[in-house]
Design a protein around this ligand. Structure first.
Ligand code: FES
Length: 158
């Protein structure tokens, strides 16, 4: 029998109870970056619970992702300070420019865009984080310039 990384994550928890469903899913996402259908089946088997229950719980909480992250991760702040400074316009622009699927991933795997409640940098709203770096006082024009830099490979050096 082939032991997968997900199997190892599950067995690392030792004695299992059904109350460990969410912590198990969190462990898997932390190690794998997302929760795959195969992982949900493995969790269901380990907890001796229906796959539909695992799927139902996983999809109920928006903390779980079901596809790998893109090459670049953009967090768009949708907190109050950013909202009043037009962060929705930025999010909608990213949606169009990057041709995002409903799960926030670009079809080419280059980008993942997620919205967050507050990035803790309200004084420079509207704010995004791109690959862990903060970019504030953004406009669509500045965002386009930033994405152009990413595409040319220059953003990492900025
Ligand atoms: S609301 Fe956007 S950083 Fe706080």
């Amino acid at each position: 029998m082939i032991v997968t990384p997900v199997d190892e994550i599950i067995s690392a928890r030792g004695e299992l109870t059904r109350e460990q469903l969410i912590p198990l899913l969190q462990d898997i996402q932390e190690h794998e970056g997302f929760v795959s259908p195969a992982a949900m089946v493995a969790v269901a088997n380990a907890l001796q619970t229906p796959v539909s229950r695992v799927f139902g719980v996983a999809t109920f909480y928006n903390q779980f992702r079901f596809a790998p992250l893109g090459e670049h991760v953009i967090e768009v702040c949708r907190g109050t300070a950013c909202h009043v400074k037009q962060s929705l316009t930025l999010a909608q622009h990213l949606q169009r420019r990057l041709k995002l699927r409903p799960d926030g991933n670009a079809a080419d795997g280059r980008y993942t865009v997620v919205t967050v409640a507050c990035l803790g940098a309200c004084s420079i709203a509207p704010v995004i984080k791109l690959d862990g770096e903060f970019y504030g006082h953004l406009t669509v024009e500045k965002l386009n310039a930033l994405l152009d830099e990413v595409e040319s490979g220059a953003a990492a050096a900025a």
